[in-house]
Design a protein around this ligand. Sequence first.
Ligand code: ZN
Ligand code: ZN
Length: 455
Amino acid sequence: MKILPYGGAGEIGGNKILLETAKARVFLDFGVPFDRGEGIYSGFDFLDPRDKLGLRDYFEFGMEPEIPGLYSEEALKYSKLKYKAPEFDALLISHIHCDHFGDVVDVDPKIPVYLGHGAKKLNDTFNTIYYSFKSEDNGNVVEYQSGKSFKIKDIEVTPMHVDHSIPGAYGFIIKTPEGNIAYTGDYRFHGFKPEMTEDFIRLAKKTGIDWLITEGTRVKTSTDVDFRKKITEQDVEDQFCDTIKKSKGITCMQFSFRNVDRVRSLYNATKRAGKVLLCNPGFAYTVDNAGQLVSGLPEIKGNKNLKIYKKDGDIPDDEKRHLKYAAPYEKDAVDYKWVKKNLNDVVMFMSASELSQLIDIQPGKGTFVYSMSEHYIEGEEHEDYKACLENWLAHFGMDFEQIHCSGHSDMEGVQHMIDGCAPKTVIPVHTQNPEEFKKMHGNVILMERGKAVKI
Ligand SMILES: [Zn+2]
Ligand SMILES: [Zn+2]
């Protein structure tokens, strides 16, 4: 049997790992690499690959691997690679983050895409909200459930949930005629449900694992300095609460509501601080749809601790047509005038594109909490963003705070994953430091993008 990483080897994200047994050919994830187009398109503001021409421009610069028998006729229409009937049996998707799922749209719809039940529901929800940049599948999704095995030719796959910064995340235990594989996807132990990742380890141990393919995002990365401190999602909630209580006026919170655990932390903290949470209709729609996936999310309707904020007059008509989901939430919504009168009593969720609301609200003072990426502090590419945000906050007299915990396990957690699964061999992926794994296990296989490894 062999493993061939078309992405995810020696890099964080972009997992696209082909597993080939005597009979089956399946991909473990099919994501977009974070460095796609770097050095080719990254320097130009108005030049992008021509998506209308399918994969043509992507193949030209090696931004997508040219693999026969994988892509749809439509994706190949303008490329030199000719369409061929499918030569692959399935794509197994661990979760819907772009670096695991983003390239599925180009795959031949004759090839089934296995997606977790929760992940599918969440993806449909986000596609309704972000209609203009949908994250699409290939139209042939087969839903799986945690703990329920299925067969693909000579392999048997058991998905098992793990804790990550998006709900509906799973790893896979794969039995093959030549031995058993555990593929972790992305995981952590410090969210609200660390026991889910422990369930994965327990199943792996019980099955007996020959090869553990594990992520290692935070295995010795330079961007990890501040977050090496042990901060859990519960700590984030507590720090949110303290900050809200101390704030001299409005508290604004910025993060992606795809991180539904963070939504829960924000709501709990706001309620504990005795304030009202203001959110946009997309946030509310996500909470209503993710209720079955994450326990402890608030009720939206009739909740005295939560109100919907409606932006004023800046939504173009053609956009409104796509925002039907928002209408029921906007009925009892409040606007900036209401916020101005209640500055000391509100906590406001504020995406980057909603910063303009500060012009209407004129907060005068208060606190702005950035709760997103650990890369913010050190990442060079974010320096411009940071500088602009600082100018905005200085302009409106607001203090800046950063409160965050990572979606990925720290190094100790990865060691715990390795020790718990007790595999014969470890294969690191989704890490920039695969060499480090040699200190964590006696038998490590290092992979390179595009190079097959026999196992
Ligand atoms: Zn990832
Ligand atoms: Zn992820």
